[in-house]
Structure formats: structure tokens, C-alpha cells
Design a binder for this molecule. Structure first.
Ligand code: SF4
Length: 446
């Protein structure tokens, strides 16, 4: 029993990490589904999309073989429509709202249809937007994730010259670095960033970190406006004894290593416990299993009713053979020779609702112990508190305080996405980038 790599054959790795939601196998299959759409007036699917994509319109365009028009309809509302078609939890958004659910029939596969159009646009490099001539205004954006890219695209279309400062060596943010490889590959993310920036007027400077290589004051001095979309990133620590033991790892780091695509080089245990029940926890658990771990157990301190992931995500984990222990919270990690060997958990019960509206977990006084050789911490990510607290920005618990339109307490500085909301879906960050771009254009007098 140990943490090791290279457990499976190359074929097994390929199979385990292949596309979880494969595209339509033919144009005809897409047309059959598009033609099922009722093209509802006041469509509930559109109302459930945070970026308000005109879903009946783009489906109608597919059904009339106007794929280019369909891609334009999607991208005009959500420039990351290709990525979102793969990673959005559509069962709780557009597809969850489709009227077919009321008829107890399968909803229209909106994400798959969206993928059908947007992937063709990317593959065929369709130029669907024209940038207006430069108007001589310059905006700095911090973070080349969904919020930053979405803000940049709207601004550049209007002739604003945009410079994005990105601390990593690639763009895409969490899409590139923090999502399961069987949903989006790093290659796809790179293609998506290139497709977005092919508009022109968007210069991405990589390996440039706010607070290290650049300061907010410099950006304020050198640009007409600044948008902050640097997300969240630090894994929430468990703050329990034994957390420093070998074999205790952060989920984001674990997922990040898998995304290099060299599966046989990623170490994984035989008895893996994942702490948490959000999307990242599920991505970590399923991928540990797909890397060849024998036992994977998710430990969550509340019940299924309060879990942050969707039913569909939970089902993926279960189908992969992951076990779930509800109402359990990590208490102590024990080890031998510096390596983790046991996780002691408190048995919990639910009390009164807390500020999140969910019932609070309370210790019952009983404990149980699990044999482990790897513990993956996926109890959420925390904001870059130090960076935010050391700035002049108004902040709350490490998050930037910004208005709905992205305005912060500093004139000319706007913010949106995870660094403001603490971590939501990719599609929410895209909308936040759009909202801020609209405010920046107004601020610039355009
Ligand atoms: Fe089509 Fe369903 Fe949207 Fe109605 S709710 S427009 S049927 S996708």
C-alpha cells in the first residue's frame, strides 16, 4: 500500500480520461435534437443561463443549418461558450429549466448543441466579430481566466486596447488549471484562449503576478482603467493535527498535475480519502479512481441535501466506484515514518441553519478511523486575502467588495468573478467580466 504512479496501461489511461460528454457523432444527430426544441417564448432555459444566451435562437439556427449564425448567437453572450458547453453544470442551469422536464421527457441537450456550433467555429477559425478601430484608450486586466477574457473581448470589440497580466504561463484560469481532464483538455483551453484573442487588440503578458511583478498603483498610473479578475486559488486548510504528513495534498495541486496529461507520472494512493463535496472534490475523487486508486472515499460533514456538487456529479463519482461518508468531519491525521496512515473523523449531526442557509454540522462526540495512504483536501478555495488586504481596495474576508457593475471603492478600478464572489461557476465569471466591461466603457465615456 503506497502512493505510486504508473498503475495502468496506456490504453486504460486513455479510456479513463477520454471525453466524458462526447459530441454528436453526426450532423443528423444534432439536427434531430435541435428539431425537438419547442422554441419557447420567454424561454426558461435562457432565463437560467447566467450569461442569458438566446438558446431557442441558436437552436433554431442549428435546425436551419446556420451553424455560423448559431455560434455567433452563443458567443455574443458568452465568449467562452465552447468551454462552458463542457463544464457548466447544465442540469441545474439551462437543461434543468427546459420545459421537457415538466413533461417528464429528457430535456433538450443544450450543452451538446452549444458544443456542436462553437467547436466548429473554433476548428474552422470563423471570424465572427470585427474589432472597431483603436480609440486610443488602454485598459489593464489582471487574470486571463473567464472573467478577464470575457471583459477583454467586449472592450476590444469597442476599440479599447487591452493588456492582460496573467501569473501563470497559460491563460484560461481555472478552466486550464483546475477542472478534470476528462471534461476539458489543456489543449482545448489553449485553443479557446487563442480563438478569443484572435480578435486582436488583446495582449496577454504571462508570468506576471499582481503584488510581485506589477502593482495596482502602476496599473492605475499607466492605464485608463483596470479590471481585476484574478480569481481565488489557495486551498482551504483543514487546520488539524498531521496535515503536514506526506500523502496529504491539495485537490487543486493534484488536479493541476493530472492536467499535464502524463497520467502515469501522477502519484496516487491505494486508500484515498477526499475531504469535501464540491465540484473540485468530485473531480479529485473521480480522477484518483481513474488513475488506478483501489479505494476512494469522499468525506463530507453535512448530508446529500446540503452538498454543493450536483446530483449528476455525485453520480459520476459513484459510477466510478467512489464511496461517500456523510456527516463526518476530519479531526486528526495520524502517520508513521512521516507518511499519513489514518484519518480520524468526528461523526456529525445537523443543527440550526447558518449564514449560508444550510444546517450547521455539530459534533456528536463519536469518532471513527479510516485507513489511508493519501488524503486530498478539497474543502474549498480561499481568496488571495494578503493581496487584497494589503491594497487600498475595500474588502471583506479576503474578497474584493465590488458593485454589481464591477465598480470598486477606487475610481477606475473594477473587479469581478471569483475574487469578488469567492468562487462560483465559470459562466458566472464570464457574466461578471461582461458587466464590468460595460461599466468600464461608460467610465471611459464611450
Ligand atoms: Fe427549447 Fe427547452 Fe429552451 Fe423550450 S426550454 S426553448 S424546449 S431548450
Amino acid at each position: 500500500m503506497s502512493i505510486k504512479n504508473n498503475r495502468l496501461t496506456a490504453e486504460q489511461y486513455d479510456q479513463n480520461f477520454s471525453d466524458i460528454h462526447p459530441p454528436f457523432d453526426s450532423r443528423e444527430s444534432a439536427l434531430v435534437e435541435a428539431n425537438r426544441c419547442l422554441f419557447c417564448y420567454d424561454a426558461p432555459c435562457t432565463k437560467s443561463c447566467p450569461t442569458s444566451i438566446n438558446i431557442p435562437k441558436f437552436i433554431k439556427q442549428i435546425s436551419t443549418d446556420n451553424v455560423k449564425g448559431s455560434a455567433h448567437t452563443i458567443f455574443v453572450s458568452n465568449i467562452m461558450g465552447a468551454g462552458c458547453s463542457r463544464v457548466c453544470p447544465v442540469e441545474k442551469l439551462c437543461e434543468g429549466a427546459c420545459v421537457y422536464n415538466l413533461l417528464e421527457e429528457p430535456p433538450i441537450p443544450i450543452a451538446r448543441l452549444q458544443r456542436y456550433s462553437t467547436e466548429q467555429a473554433m476548428e474552422k477559425k470563423w471570424k465572427l466579430f470585427e474589432r472597431k478601430p483603436s480609440i486610443g484608450k488602454r485598459v489593464a486586466i489582471v487574470g486571463a481566466g473567464p472573467a478577464g477574457l470575457s471583459c477583454a473581448h467586449v472592450l476590444s470589440r469597442e476599440g479599447v486596447d487591452v493588456t492582460i497580466y496573467e501569473k501563470e504561463s497559460k491563460g484560461g484560469g481555472l478552466m486550464t488549471y483546475g477542472i478534470a481532464a476528462y471534461k476539458v483538455t489543456p489543449r482545448f483551453c489553449e485553443d479557446e484562449v487563442n480563438y478569443i484573442t484572435s480578435l486582436g487588440g488583446i495582449d496577454i503578458k504571462y508570468n506576471q503576478e499582481l503584488g510581485k511583478n506589477i502593482s495596482l498603483q502602476e496599473l492605475k498610473n499607466n492605464y485608463d482603467a483596470v479590471f481585476l479578475g484574478f480569481g481565488v486559488g489557495l486551498a482551504r486548510q483543514l487546520d488539524i493535527q498531521g496535515e503536514e504528513l506526506m500523502g496529504v495534498v491539495d485537490a487543486i495541486k493534484f488536479i493541476y498535475n493530472i492536467r499535464a496529461g502524463v497520467y502515469e507520472e501522477v502519484p496516487v494512493g491505494d486508500k484515498v480519502v477526499v475531504i469535501g463535496m464540491g465540484m473540485t472534490a468530485i473531480d479529485a475523487a473521480t480522477q484518483a479512481k481513474r488513475l488506478g486508486a483501489k479505494d476512494v472515499t469522499l468525506v463530507y460533514r453535512r448530508t446529500q441535501e446540503e452538498m454543493p456538487c450536483t446530483e449528476e456529479e455525485l453520480n459520476i463519482a459513484k459510477l466510478d466506484g467512489c464511496r461517500v461518508i456523510w456527516l463526518a468531519a476530519p479531526a486528526v491525521l495520524n502517520g508513521a515514518n512521516g507518511k499519513v496512515t489514518h484519518l480520524v473523523c468526528n461523526l456529525m449531526q445537523l443543527g440550526e441553519p447558518d449564514v449560508s442557509g444550510r444546517r450547521s454540522p455539530i459534533e456528536t462526540g463519536e469518532t471513527f478511523t479510516l485507513d489511508v495512504d493519501m488524503v486530498i483536501k478539497a474543502a474549498g478555495q480561499i481568496p488571495f486575502s494578503e493581496l487584497v488586504n494589503n491594497s487600498q481596495l475595500q474588502h471583506s474576508n479576503g474578497k474584493i467588495v465590488a458593485q454589481k457593475d464591477g465598480a470598486t471603492n477606487i475610481a477606475g478600478v473594477f473587479a469581478g468573478g471569483d475574487c469578488v464572489n469567492g468562487g462560483k461557476e465559470v459562466v458566472d465569471a464570464v457574466q461578471a467580466g461582461k458587466d464590468s466591461a460595460a461599466s468600464i466603457l461608460k467610465y471611459l465615456g464611450l
